[in-house]
Write a protein that binds this ligand. Structure first.
Ligand SMILES: C[S@@+](CC[C@H](N)C(=O)[O-])C[C@H]1O[C@@H](n2cnc3c(N)ncnc32)[C@H](O)[C@@H]1O
Length: 310
């Protein structure tokens, strides 16, 4: 029986119906197969609430019937996109994990640019895998532009800093999040914690409320080097090749260990030799892959691809 006492002050139809053990298993497996998210028992209540939000709109009363609708109805694909957006956690911010961005600016970019210059290469590719509304991808671009502006105009190999070509790719499974990423417009509260230097240089006020900035837009120099695309990280068919830096942070938290490892292995295969993969600390522990080594940087979880394919 459903315990309804704690919901006594909510309208009756906002309380999700009980879910049988079979219904729970069917939905749990379906969602995991489609996007990797794994709803443990402790998150079952959250799952029921989200499904029920959509079921009410579709006038469907049982989780089994709703499952059949999503899987077999011709509108099931659109319905799945709606549920997915409700189930995903899109929390993000500019320069979210400060130690990772510090390590990128102080260790990884100097290493990569030095090594590439040695070989006469002046292109840099970065990928924010699970970019949500784009802040992580833009933060990568800003970090690189900031790094270049602090390097000598001509390096010891005689290469000009203006010759560097950057391409940052942000991908996500969530289409509404990608729309926002492409618009590149953020509320004042979303840029509040950007480092001041970057905020002054890389975002512009686009609207004010009673004389106070309320909306900002990422400047064209950053947008010009950033692109976004729809990609499901558990889809075995994807390939985003030849990346120098990959950030995949706070994406795998709700994946089972096996799926986490599979995604990380694919990401490693998308790295250029010498490229770096940044995960969120504790997201994957004790990864051991041939050709991949742990990079020791404070409070960060970074792997580097050595010369051969993992
Ligand atoms: C909590 S946000 C993290 C955003 C950003 N990486 C950060 O650290 O701030 C997690 C993002 O991962 C995305 N995501 C979850 N599962 C995914 C999958 N299978 N493929 C691609 N993106 C996925 C979600 O849509 C969401 O935007």
């Amino acid at each position: 029986m459903e315990h309804r006492e704690e919901n006594w002050n909510l309208p009756a139809d906002s309380i999700p119906p009980a879910m049988s053990a079979t219904e729970y298993e069917v939905w749990q497996k379906f969602i995991q197969d489609r996007c990797g998210l794994y709803f443990t028992q402790t998150r079952q209540r959250y799952l029921r609430q989200r499904l029920w939000e959509r079921m009410r709109l579709c006038a469907i009363k049982s989780y089994s019937e709703y499952y059949r609708y999503v899987v077999y109805n011709s509108r099931g694909g659109d319905e799945w996109a709606e549920i997915l957006t409700l189930l995903l956690n899109n929390e993000t911010s500019f320069f979210r994990h400060v130690p990772s961005f510090d390590a990128l600016a102080r260790y990884v970019l100097p290493e990569l640019t030095k090594e590439k210059s040695r070989h006469g290469v002046t292109s840099m590719t970065m990928w924010s895998a699970g970019c949500a509304a784009g802040q992580e991808a833009y933060s990568l671009a800003m970090t690189f532009l900031e790094f270049l502006s602090s390097t000598p105009p001509i390096d010891e190999k005689g290469m000009s800093r203006t010759s560097w070509q950057l391409m940052v790719t942000g991908t996500d499974i969530d289409l509404p999040a990608l729309d926002k990423a492409r618009r590149a417009q953020y509320k004042a509260s979303e840029v509040r914690y950007m480092p001041e230097a970057q905020r002054n240089r890389y975002v512009r006020v686009v609207s004010e409320d009673k004389g106070v900035p309320s909306n900002y837009k990422v400047v064209d120099t950053v947008r010009a080097v950033t692109q976004f695309g729809h990609l499901n990280l558990i889809d075995p068919a994807y390939w985003v090749s030849a990346q120098d830096v990959i950030f995949c942070q706070n994406v795998l938290l709700y994946f089972e260990l096996e799926s986490r490892l599979a995604v990380v292995q694919r990401l490693c295969q998308c790295l250029n030799p010498g490229g770096f993969l940044f995960l969120a600390p504790a997201e994957v522990v004790g990864l051991k892959l041939p050709g991949i080594q742990l990079v020791r940087q404070p409070d960060s979880l970074i792997y580097q691809r050595t010369s051969y394919r993992p």
